[in-house]
Design a protein around this ligand. Sequence first.
Ligand code: ZN
Ligand code: ZN
Ligand code: ZN
Length: 162
Amino acid sequence: MGARREGKALANTGRHNHQLCVAEALHRAETVCKDSGARMTSLRRMVLEQVWRGHDAVKAYDILAWLGRKRRSANPPTVYRALQFLQREGLVHRLESLNAFVGCSQPRGNHQGQFLICGKCGQVSEMEAREITRLVSESAKAKGFITHRQTIEVHGVCGQCA
Ligand SMILES: [Zn+2]
Ligand SMILES: [Zn+2]
Ligand SMILES: [Zn+2]
């Protein structure tokens, strides 16, 4: 039930069964990797699970600290490589303004996103407003600029914290 409600956007998650979000994220990851022929190793999976420990952005060194307790072999390069892999597969997004990562709730295709970042609780929700993407591309084009990728990070206060 909750799964359906969560489905599209992660806006205003509030109190919900987060186990379900994690389970869905891992399930999506398996499907994505199957389709792309990429290998979801146990380490990559663990890193993805950590990114999904909540709906706030997670720093690489927090993942490393956690992983270090679980696995002796975990070191910064292994964590960074796993994060790069997850980014490539579209399973996580890197938020430049926070230098941190969030899980993607719709890792299909090479989508462009807008991220709403709450300054109080840290929750990040992802929007995919195509009109915004189109408007940015068109405005850029008017200046002779060709857009390859755009990530818009919006800082403010979420519905629960307002
Ligand atoms: Zn959740
Ligand atoms: Zn996404
Ligand atoms: Zn908030």
